[in-house]
Design a protein around this ligand. Structure first.
Ligand SMILES: NC(=O)C1=CN([C@@H]2O[C@H](COP(=O)(O)OP(=O)(O)OC[C@H]3O[C@@H](n4cnc5c(N)ncnc54)[C@H](OP(=O)(O)O)[C@@H]3O)[C@@H](O)[C@H]2O)C=CC1
Ligand SMILES: CCCCCCCCCCCCCCCC(=O)OCC(=O)COP(=O)(O)O
Length: 335
């Protein structure tokens, strides 16, 4: 009976002992299983990333890369990024003087660890299908094949649908959609024959959502997204990759060069464009996306990214926001 009062104390000591044993076992388990597993996984991940990086570098080094719209903005920065990675560039544009200046600029970019190449230049207008086809022929004749085609060139648009002539819609579609798909189709058979190639389409957040007063531009970018999504599915069987890049605002001349309802140049540097990401940053994303053979990338700030989700998850709310935006912009213009 005297033992009874001592029981809780014994139980407590036993529980403490059991807890200590459990804690000890847990520590043993942590030090013998969890920590090695964690470090092992981190090590494997680091090796995997390193191998991925090395494979990407090898892929870009010596690759024949065609960049359209290389005379300015994102195209120019892509040219610099791929040149620095050791790719053999074909720089495309409408202005041969600007292309020559770029070749000169690239020649001053030295990379002691990389073998860099003097780019080839091709002058053509994407809105003229004949010149596009001639350019593709010239590229294949001169370089034999194309590894990576970056369909970057494009123009934007500002205007109300009701005031815009069909010729303006056609001009934007010719430049942003028919030109790039003509070039792609012209180079595709040679890629299929080699069972190797990578086609990149620089689309836009506006290939996923439509905002008011950008009808022709948003339509051309939606068409781009759709075409290259179809292409990706069709050419995977030939080991050809397709990457669609959808940037938000980038600090380039895009808004300055935009066409308006009557076909004239908009000539305004928009606030959103001026405050966007730098073209060099986006070019680096393009380079990595190509190196990692990504199927698509959205490169945008928080609001445009949220807008894409909102459009898909709560379309009615998105449409209301766009209608409000349209009314506000119209009022601001009228006043
Ligand atoms: N800036 C932005 O905010 C965003 C841009 N984008 C996309 O990025 C891409 C590059 O535009 P960005 O660098 O911003 O704009 P820029 O105006 O700086 O560059 C556009 C390039 O396209 C070329 N181009 C235009 N029309 C034609 C044509 N008919 N034939 C051949 N080349 C042509 C221009 O050549 P030229 O020098 O002769 O005019 C120029 O090199 C475009 O597809 C654009 O839609 C996507 C999302 C956002
Ligand atoms: C839950 C909160 C949701 C917040 C979302 C609200 C929606 C607000 C609308 C935002 C519109 C973003 C548009 C982005 C457009 C864009 O990034 O376009 C890139 C371009 O191609 C630029 O070309 P442009 O000629 O239009 O300058």
């Amino acid at each position: 009976m005297r033992v009874l009062p001592a029981l809780p104390a014994v139980a407590m000591v036993t529980a403490v002992g059991r807890k200590t044993v459990q804690k000890g076992r847990l520590m043993d388990f942590t030090s013998t299983v969890i920590i090695p597993l964690l470090f092992g996984s981190l090590g494997i991940f680091a090796v995997f990333r390193l191998l991925q990086w090395m494979r990407m570098r090898a892929y870009l080094q010596e690759a024949v890369v065609v960049v359209t719209g290389a005379t300015s903005g994102l195209g120019k920065e892509c040219a610099k990024a791929f040149h620095a990675a050791g790719s053999k560039l074909v720089l495309c544009g409408r202005d041969s003087e600007k292309l020559k200046d770029l070749v000169q600029e690239l020649s001053t970019m030295t990379n002691h660890r990389k073998n860099t190449h003097k780019p080839h230049t091709v002058v053509f207008d994407l809105s003229d299908t004949k010149t596009v086809l001639n350019a593709a022929e010239e590229i294949l004749k001169y370089l034999g094949h194309v590894d990576i085609l970056i369909n970057n060139a494009g123009i934007s648009f500002r205007g109300t649908i009701v005031d815009t002539g069909l010729d303006v819609d056609k001009k934007v579609m010719e430049t942003n959609y028919f030109g790039p798909i003509a070039l792609t189709k012209a180079l595709l058979p040679s890629m299929i024959k080699r069972r190797q190639g990578h086609i990149v389409a620089i689309s836009s957040v506006q290939g996923k959502i439509s905002i008011p007063f950008r009808s022709a531009y948003a339509a051309s970018k939606h068409a781009t997204q759709a075409f290259f999504d179809c292409l990706r599915a069709e050419v995977e069987q030939y080991d050809i990759d397709v990457t669609v890049v959808s940037p938000g605002y980038i600090q380039t001349n895009l808004s300055l060069n935009a066409v308006t309802a009557d076909g004239s140049r908009y000539g305004v540097m928009d606030k959103n464009t001026a405050e966007g990401q730098t073209a060099a940053e986006v070019a680096q994303v393009v380079l990595n996306a190509v190196g990692q053979k990504k199927k698509e990338v959205l490169v945008a700030g928080l609001t445009p990214s949220l807008a894409v989700y909102l459009r898909n998850i709560f379309p009615r709310l998105f449409f209301t926001l766009m209608a409000t935006r349209a009314k506000k912009e119209r009022k601001a213009k009228d006043s």
